[in-house]
Design a binder for this molecule. Sequence first.
Ligand code: SAH
Length: 544
Amino acid sequence: MQKGKIFVVGFGPGDYEHITKRAVDALKQSDFIIGYKTYVELIEHLVTAKSIVSTGMTEEVSRAQEAVRQAEAGNIVSVISSGDAGVYGMAGLVYEVLIELGWTEKDGIAVEVVPGISAINSCASLLGAPVMHDSCTISLSDHLTPWKIIEKRIEAAAMADFVIAFYNPKSGRRTRQIVEAQRILLEYRSPATPVGLVKSAYRERQEIVMTTLAEMLNHDIGMLTTVVVGNSSTFFYDNKMITPRGYQRKYTLGEEKQPLRPHQRLKKEAEPWAMDQETGEAASGYEQISVQKIKKPKKSSLEMASLALSLVTKKPITSSKTYIQQSIESIFEVAVSPGVANKFFTSEQMRTLADIVGENGTMEYTPEHQIHLKIPTDDPQAIVDALRQVEFLVAPIGDVVNIKACDFCYGEKAESIPYAEQLQEQLGGLNLPKQLHIGFNGCGMACYRAVFDDIGIVYRKSKFDIFLGAKPVGRTAHAAQPVVEGLEPEQLVSLITEIINEYKANAHPNERLFKYFKRVKKILNFDYQDMMTKIKVEPAPCGD
Ligand code: SAH
């Protein structure tokens, strides 16, 4: 006799587009399909099984027993669950029934659990990106789980700032659970915490509601709803619920940007809140971004009153002392220098820098003749204003145009300074696919190394020489290629602007100018020439 097999199939949220191929295959080869009526109806059109056993909601154990019986008689059986069969579904139950009968994988019938898209995932996709960070699912059904345990789990999840997906939030008879869940959450999380309610995701009667922790109970929540509660940094944007991936946001002038490149991410300096591998401790000084562990055992009457008031008026409570304080730390990054041509700092500028950076920020001197500031703040404009007040040149950091000029021999060779300043005004800080340095030197000595920049500009005999595409670092470093000699000064700004515009429009993201030049072989009418003369490298002597 043929050995039977049980597939435990999660068929996803309910539409054909979101069921896996393996699930469809399993259903198609099954002699029996066993499941809860509503679910069987959802997949009925997909199957040709000779027998479909649909049962009521509460007959899960008999469903599992029937499946085992049929499989032991040599049939292929699919037991179906919505979403994923291993998430409040039939998978565990099937194994429990088998174990009861002394089943082992070696001797018994075959069992295959086919994974499916669980409600936390399907609902999250409809809300935006609310899960993203550490999350959990909690079923509010206390049919099989004591309410005391569910309560504890809600509290633990609330305390630890998990994003929470509540399954089985409410039914005709169970209406208090979600009210209690809200009450517990409000002890730790702001009433303004974003909450998404998704009913019948990817089914005919799909409904999506964006609300808050304080207001969620004013909306319809039922058996087919999943309630997704954000963590303390979740926010709404354009009717989407978003939980950011990390806990620190860096931004520079004019733009919010992803701060760390992949190779920087794992560095200790970049993520100082991480666990120290030797001591096993989190660095001190980062309490402000960790969860406040202290929960007051009892609320004061004032707190109770303000909570009640906030629920009635629907305004967030003003004092947030008891909530989790784990909002994202914003670090403003900006570059300063005394000016394009000026290399002297004044005492007042240095004092201002020290004041602005304070104890928590950092200042870093860079090869670009700038000082990079990183300052935790939510008022970047005040910082920029204070820096400009003392005549600092303030520039964004990142993939932007940065212009550095020489000191023009302390101003003795000053004729070309106005062109450098004009370039700074017109192009400084412009966003590009990759950082681009323009070196501007006031005489043919080019002692500030303009010919080692992405674009080198050298003033010589009242005209300009232009160099393109140096590779300033690495083992294959090379100088830039001379492309123009003796350019009339009044043509300078427009020529450089044209070069940069062409690069900006056509380069790949992250493609530095030299790479772009090498790839396309032509910028404006300048042809690429290989600046790397191949030099034979002698092997190192090995000694004896
Ligand atoms: N195994 C299923 C969960 C079964 S418990 C899964 O992995 O998704 C039933 C609960 O799941 C419902 O009360 C509801 O909270 C959630 N749920 C299941 N399908 C859903 C859907 N299409 N839309 C919204 N919630 C759903």
